[in-house]
Design a protein around this ligand. Structure first.
Ligand code: CTP
Ligand code: MG
Length: 251
C-alpha cells in the first residue's frame, strides 16, 4: 500500500471513528500462543505469579477495564481447554472465544482478529505475557486510537543505545530520538484487519503490529506506557512481576 493511499485511508478511519457521542466498541485480542523459549522450557503463560497464572492477571486487567467490551484469547491448541476452564472458574465474563494460535505471533494475532465481534470499532492487541498492564495504560491507548486510528504505549529509553559491528561500537545515536513500545497496541478494527492480512500475504517480518501499520503509510500515535508493563520473557522477569503484584496487593 502506498503512503498516499495510507494517508487517505487514515483520514477515512478518522472520519468513521470520530463520532463524538458514540462510545466505541473495543475488543481485545490477547496473544498467548507462544512457546516461551527464552523462559527455558517453562510455559510462561501459565506459570503462577502470586498464586495465579500469568495469563489470568493479563485477562483480569482487560476484564476490569470499562473501555474494553470483549476479549478474544489466543492460546496454543492443546491449551484451549485449560484456558477456557481457567476463565470460567475465575468468573471472567468478557472472553467471547478462545482460539488456537499460529506459528508466529503475527499469525496468532490475525487468527484472533478474525474472531472479533462484528460490532468492533477498535481492537486492542496485547501480549498475554504482559500481566502488569494497568487500566490506565489500556484506556489511554484506546482513547487516542479513537481519535487517530492507531495508538501505541511507549516508555523512554533508560540505557544508552549503541550501534555496533564485529564487537566494536560504530555509533552512539541520540537516545532522545528513540523509545520502547509496549502493548496494548490499539487500532481501527477494519484498518488493522486489512493491514495484517496484507502483511501475511506479503510475508512481512514483523516484531509488532504497529510496524505493519507504519509500513502501510498510516500514522501511529504514541501514548504513555509504564516501565512496569514488562513482557515476561526470561526467569528474572518473574521476580520483578511478583514484586510489583505483591506491592499492589499490599503483601
Ligand atoms: N505469541 C503468540 N503466538 C506465537 C508467538 C508468540 O501468541 N506464535 C505471544 C506470546 O504468547 C506472548 C507474545 O506473543 O504473549 C509475545 O511474544 P514473546 O514474548 O516472544 O513470547 P514467546 O514467543 O512465547 O517467547 P520466546 O520468543 O522466548 O519463545
Ligand atoms: Mg517470541
Amino acid at each position: 500500500m502506498s503512503s498516499v493511499l495510507g494517508k487517505i485511508l487514515s483520514k477515512l478511519f478518522l472520519k468513521k471513528i470520530l463520532k463524538p457521542n458514540k462510545k466505541p466498541f473495543c475488543s481485545a485480542v490477547i496473544a498467548a500462543a507462544g512457546s516461551g523459549e527464552r523462559m527455558g522450557g517453562t510455559d510462561k503463560i501459565f506459570v503462577p505469579l502470586c498464586g495465579e497464572p500469568v495469563i489470568l492477571w493479563t485477562i483480569r486487567a482487560f476484564e476490569n477495564c470499562d473501555a474494553v467490551r470483549e476479549i478474544v484469547l489466543v492460546v496454543r491448541s492443546e491449551k484451549i481447554p485449560d484456558a477456557a476452564k481457567l476463565c470460567k472458574d475465575a468468573g471472567i465474563k468478557k472472553v467471547s472465544v478462545v482460539v488456537s494460535g499460529g506459528k508466529t505471533r503475527a499469525e496468532s494475532v490475525l487468527r484472533g482478529i478474525n474472531e472479533v465481534s462484528e460490532k468492533a470499532d477498535l481492537v486492542a492487541i496485547h501480549d498475554g505475557a504482559r500481566p502488569l498492564v494497568t487500566g490506565e495504560v489500556i484506556t489511554t491507548a484506546i482513547e487516542k486510537a479513537r481519535t487517530c486510528g492507531a495508538a501505541v504505549p511507549m516508555v523512554p529509553l533508560s540505557d544508552t543505545v549503541k550501534k555496533h559491528k564485529d564487537g566494536y561500537v560504530t555509533h552512539t545515536p541520540d537516545r532522545g530520538e528513540f523509545c520502547c513500545v509496549q502493548t496494548p497496541q490499539v487500532f481501527d478494527y477494519d484498518m488493522i484487519r486489512g493491514v495484517l492480512t496484507s502483511a501475511a500475504e506479503n510475508g512481512w517480518e514483523l516484531t509488532d503490529d504497529a510496524s505493519a501499520v507504519e509500513k502501510s503509510g498510516i500514522a501511529v500515535a504514541l501514548t504513555r506506557g509504564s516501565h512496569r508493563n514488562i513482557k515476561i520473557t526470561t526467569p528474572e522477569d518473574l521476580l520483578f512481576a511478583e514484586a510489583v503484584l505483591s506491592g499492589r496487593m499490599g503483601i
